[in-house]
Design a protein around this ligand. Structure first.
Ligand SMILES: [Zn+2]
Length: 179
């Protein structure tokens, strides 16, 4: 008798552990597997997965707990790696201090693991001002030091709106925009 074909990817699903907070959860009580855009860099994996005996977890699928599920689905047009890094960053940023709605927060990561943040009040009449000020602050913080660089991100608590760019990066992106 011939052995039945093994549905490879199903055999090797990772257990339900949230990609953002690492919490193990029961999908019957919330949380789910989310499909993301396929990363072209993993083309080799998909080629190997065509073999019916292949066993492995699809690199474009990740588990997310009930807390992080909606945010993960909102980023599913990106790759799992890019979306997870963004969601982990937002989780860190929300954990710094109670989040005040109507604020933008700049999250800064200095060399040697020093973290700090700065909040900008959004004036509903002129919301663009706070964003401009927050980006300017993030750009000031960003540096391309030889050792560990300073990094900074601007967020509204739901999404990462901008990343601080040091002057050389800003000059490069302006050149690209003007092309
Ligand atoms: Zn989670």
């Amino acid at each position: 008798m011939q052995a039945p074909a093994i549905p490879g990817t199903l055999c090797a699903m990772r257990p339900p552990c949230c990609e953002v907070c690492d919490e193990r959860f029961d999908p019957r009580e919330g949380g789910a597997l989310v499909d993301f855009a396929r990363d072209p860099a993993r083309a080799d994996w998909y080629r190997r997965a065509e073999d019916p005996l292949f066993v492995g977890h699809p690199p474009h699928q990740g588990w997310f707990c009930a807390t992080h599920l909606d945010a993960a689905r909102a980023l599913s047009h990106q790759t799992l790696g890019v979306a997870t890094r963004e969601l982990q960053l937002i989780a860190r940023l929300r954990a710094i201090a109670p989040w005040t709605p109507g604020h933008l927060r700049v999250y800064c990561r200095g060399g040697g693991g020093a973290d700090w943040h700065h909040d900008f009040v959004v004036d509903p009449a002129r919301p663009a001002d706070a964003l401009r000020d927050a980006i300017a602050y993030a750009d000031d913080v960003a540096s391309e030091a030889d050792g560990e660089p300073n990094l900074a991100w601007v967020s509204d608590g739901e999404r990462i709106l901008a990343r601080g760019m040091h002057y050389a990066e800003r000059a490069r992106s302006q050149t690209e925009e003007s092309r």
